[in-house]
Design a protein around this ligand. Sequence first.
Ligand code: ZN
Length: 309
Amino acid sequence: MTQHGIHHVTAFSGPVARTVDFYTRVLGLRLVKKTVNFDDPGTYHLYFGDAAGAPGTILTFFPIVHAAPGRVGIGQVSETAFRVPRASIGAWTHRLVAMGVPHEAPTAAFGETVLRLRDPDGMPLALVGVDGAEGEPAWAASDIAPEQAIRGFHGVTLLLREAGPTAAILAGVLGFESVGTEGAQTRFKGSAALGGLVTLRAVGDFLPGRQGAGSVHHVAFRAADDAAQAAMAEALRTGHGLDVTEQRDRQYFRSIYFREPGGVLFEIATDAPGFAIDEPVAELGTALKLPPFLEPHRGRIEAVLPKVA
Ligand code: ZN
């Protein structure tokens, strides 16, 4: 069955070792792939997710040592939220206090408990306590108990001047439907349990966002296969008059990209082939993996990359 939801979220960060430490040790995600930015092979591309890096769990980073800080504004993702069991919010609050992670007191939104925090680059994150998440599988190879562990994405919030044009893409092409409004926020839901929510926050005139460390570069949505992706590209071009790139092979999925009308860069990525295509699941993330076209340059690439830990 086709799952509509977020495939992955990609952001910029600062020093690579600090990024790996925060997402693996503090949040307990698995580093599922260590590769390079295919368009800029002197920079890492790190993928964090669940045990297998399933669609809907994957947060990826381009770490740049001296990256200037980004600024959240119009046309950007203003919050990336993870899904945790509701009963674990207290334990998470304790953990963030003990580890010195900046965070706010838990609040309620859309009937859920939201614990907002920042990563070391100031990237706005949230842990959202959800009833029933305790029954979902969790990556547990850390000191975080399975009943507390992150399950994957809950969703993202987009900061927009107005919600309508972006809503038309979510509902008309990406398989989401409107499920509620709270103040300036309208929430859209796809069929996927993980990464199934996109919240549009319409704020009128406000500063535009600026890309940099701690800011999201793009959000990728799921396509079941190449045919489904091609149909979505056609709907974007002919139904909505948007420019869509040709398909690019990203080794672990195949992608098209477009700028949605609210200014956020969207990608549509295929579920297949996934992260086990070039290393066994048990060894995911342990070795630097390069796509075939970069393998001849491995020596030079390894020489310029900083140490991960
Ligand atoms: Zn991407």
